[in-house]
Write a protein that binds this ligand. Structure first.
Ligand code: FAD
Length: 318
C-alpha cells in the first residue's frame, strides 16, 4: 500500500515509522531484525531503508603507489526492503539517490522494485562525496532530485527511457521527498528551497519527510511556509534523539541545524553517558507528544541502530 494511503486511512491519527541503515558490508539481515523486532509492537505501517553510495578510498600497493578504489560500505537497500516486507508484512520504503546512478541504473532499480511489489520510494539527490566540495552528478545521471522524481513519474505513466517501448507497464510508485525546516544548506534562502520543493511536488512527489530538528517551532513554521507557498502534501516530521556529547557539535556540522540552548545546556550538565541519554529521550518524548497533539501524519524516527532509545520514546508516546 502507498504511504499516502496509510495517512488517509489513519483519519487524523498520528502513525509511527522508523528508518534503518543497511549494515556495513559483511553484516547480515540479523542486524536489521535486531533493530526492528523490538519496534514492531508499535505497528509501523512502513519502514524506510537508507541508501549509501560508493566511497573512494586509497589502498597502498606493494609498489608503494596508492590506488584509488571505489567501495560501497553499506550495500543492500533493495534486498533489505524485500526482506523487511517478507518478515513483517509491512511496507518498506527504499531511499533512491541521484549520485552514483545513471538514468539507466535508476530505471533498472525501479523495475526491480516494481517486480518486488515495493511501491514506495523516497527520491533524493544525495550528498557530495567526501573528497568533493560539492555534489557532482554522475555522467548520464540526474543533477537534482526533481529529475529523479520526474523519471519515476514517467514510469508511473508507462514511459521508459527507451522510447521504442510501447505499452510499457505503468508502475505505481508513491514518491516521498526530503524537506528541510532549517533550509537545505546549499540553498540561498528558505523561499528558494521551497520553490524547488514545490517543483518536485508538481513533478509528482506525494509527500515530504523532514530532516531532523530539535525545536518543534521550526517544523510548525516550515509547514506554514510550505502551505503559504502552495505545497499541500503531508509533511512528516523526522525525529532523532540526541544522546551523546559529541552530537552537540556533530549534528549541527553534519546536518546544518541548530540545537536549542536548553537542550544543549541540559546535555552539558548531565553527569555521565546514561544521564545524557535520558536527557535526549525526555526531549524527544516532549517533542513527539507536542507534534502528535498537533495532528502530524506520522512520527518518523531515525533509529541509527539505537533500538533501546527509540523504544523508550515510542513507549511514552504511543
Ligand atoms: P535536491 O532537491 O536536489 O536539492 C538540493 C539543493 O539544490 C537544495 O539546496 C535545493 O534548494 C536546490 N535545488 C533543488 N532543485 C533545484 C533546481 N532545479 N535548480 C537549482 N537548485 C535546485 N542521502 C543519502 O545519500 N541517502 C539517504 O538515504 C538519504 N536519506 C535522506 C532522508 C531524509 C528524510 C533527508 C531529509 C535527507 C536524506 N539524505 C540522504 C540526504 C540528502 O541526499 C541530502 O540532504 C542532499 O544534499 C539533498 O537532497 P535533496 O533530495 O533534498 O536534493
Amino acid at each position: 500500500m502507498k504511504v499516502t494511503d496509510y495517512f488517509e486511512q489513519a483519519k487524523g491519527q498520528t502513525l509511527i515509522s522508523f528508518e534503518v541503515l543497511p549494515p556495513l558490508k559483511g553484516g547480515s539481515m540479523k542486524a536489521i531484525f535486531d533493530i526492528l523486532d523490538p519496534l514492531m509492537e508499535f505497528k509501523p505501517p512502513f519502514i524506510d531503508v537508507t541508501y549509501h553510495r560508493e566511497e573512494y578510498i586509497y589502498k597502498r600497493r606493494d609498489s608503494g603507489y596508492y590506488e584509488k578504489t571505489s567501495i560501497r560500505k553499506r550495500p543492500g537497500t533493495v534486498g533489505i526492503c524485500a526482506s523487511i516486507m517478507h518478515r513483517y508484512g509491512v511496507d518498506a520504503v527504499p531511499h533512491l539517490i541521484c549520485g552514483g546512478f545513471t538514468k539507466e541504473d535508476t530505471e533498472n532499480v525501479l523495475i526491480d522494485l516494481n517486480f518486488l511489489n515495493i511501491n514506495n520510494v523516497l527520491a533524493l539527490r544525495g550528498d557530495a562525496m567526501k573528497f568533493e566540495g560539492k555534489f557532482i552528478p554522475t555522467e548520464g545521471g540526474h543533477n537534482y532530485a526533481i529529475e529523479l522524481v520526474d523519471q519515476i513519474n514517467h514510469m508511473n505513466q508507462g514511459q521508459y527511457l527507451d522510447t521504442n517501448i510501447e505499452n510499457g507497464e505503468k508502475t505505481d510508485f508513491c514518491i516521498g521527498i526530503a524537506g528541510y525546516p532549517e533550509k537545505h544548506f546549499e540553498s540561498p534562502n528558505l523561499d528558494l528551497d521551497l520553490h524547488y520543493a514545490k517543483q518536485k511536488i508538481e513533478a509528482g512527489a506525494d509527500y515530504i519527510v523532514t530532516q531532523m530538528f530539535f525545536d518543534n517551532q521550526k517544523y510548525f513554521d516550515y509547514v506554514k511556509s510550505c502551505r503559504d507557498a502552495g505545497i499541500s502534501v503531508p509533511i512528516v516530521p523526522g525525529l532523532k534523539p540526541i544522546t551523546k556529547k559529541y552530537q552537540l557539535s556533530a549534528l549541527p556540522r553534519i546536518f546544518h541545524l541548530d540545537l536549542p540552548s536548553d537542550l544543549a545546556l541540559e546535555l552539558g550538565k548531565a553527569k555521565n553517558a546514561e544521564a545524557r541519554r535520558q536527557v535526549g529521550i525526555e526531549w524527544s518524548i516532549q517533542q513527539s507528544k507536542e507534534l502528535k497533539a498537533a495532528g502530524v501524519p506520522c512520527l518518523h524516527y531515525y533509529t541509527m541502530g539505537d533500538t533501546e532509545t527509540i523504544k523508550s520514546i515510542a513507549e511514552a508516546v504511543y
